[in-house]
Design a binder for this molecule. Structure first.
Ligand code: PLP
Length: 219
């Protein structure tokens, strides 16, 4: 628990929000942090997210952070607070469609590919701009793009990570300037995990997604 409060303190100094990543941990472990005041949790699998939503208090804000398949969007749209992992126009169209059916406007982040690894999902710079310029996007009334999300390369080389965070911050500023200049909701940069959240804070994160360093290793 000490680690949780230490990290909270540090984040507060920088006005950065904590998304506590609770994937693989059972509901009773999550409840401990909920009782301490934590209200935002991140999960990466649809089934697990839905089960925990059913089981835990309804004022929890659930964020979907893992890769999302189109055919599973319908299960989380009724309750999800934010989807961090939008990596295609098709996925965003599906979220919009399901949100409309549910009478909701769903907050999303566009996931950018900033790491070198091929295994990581995300939009490239041009792809992101094409999405935002598309007539399909212009017609979407039930999604609200709140910002960008990125995952750095898994490496101990801090400079590599820092460069990737600087790159996404620059992209965030440019995209905001070009597409979201006159709105007040494009505000979030979701970068930083257990291994690199300190660098992320320095490079402009508004939200960090931290799991293992607070809740312990996953099994
Ligand atoms: C699991 C996960 C995290 C948290 O990882 P930790 O290293 O445990 O802090 C953050 N973001 C995404 C997208 C994840 O899948």
């Amino acid at each position: 628990m000490t680690k949780y409060f230490q990290i909270l303190e540090k984040l507060k100094e920088h006005k950065v929000k904590l998304l506590l990543v609770s994937k693989t941990h059972p509901a009773d472990r999550i409840k401990v942090y909920y009782d301490l005041g934590q209200k935002c949790f991140g999960e990466s699998k649809v089934q697990e997210l839905s089960a925990k939503y059913e089981e835990l208090p309804k004022d929890i804000k659930w964020h979907m952070i893992g890769h999302l398949q189109k055919n599973k969007v319908k299960y989380i749209v009724p309750f999800v607070s934010m989807i961090h992992s939008v990596d295609s126009l098709k996925l965003l169209e599906e979220i919009n469609k399901r949100a409309k059916q549910n009478g909701r406007i769903v907050d999303v982040l566009l996931q950018m590919k900033i790491a070198e690894e091929d295994s990581k999902f995300g939009l490239g710079y041009d792809e992101c701009r094409e999405l935002l310029q598309s007539p399909e996007f212009a017609d979407m009334e039930n999604v609200r793009v709140r910002g960008l999300m990125g995952m750095s390369t898994f490496t101990s080389d801090e400079e590599v990570v820092r460069n990737e965070f600087q790159f996404i911050k620059k992209m965030f500023d440019e995209v905001k300037d070009e597409f979201f200049k006159n709105v007040d909701y494009f505000t979030e940069l979701s970068i930083g995990m257990s291994g690199d959240y300190e660098i992320a804070i320095e490079e402009g994160a508004t939200m960090v997604r931290i799991g293992s360093v607070i809740m312990g290793e996953r099994t």
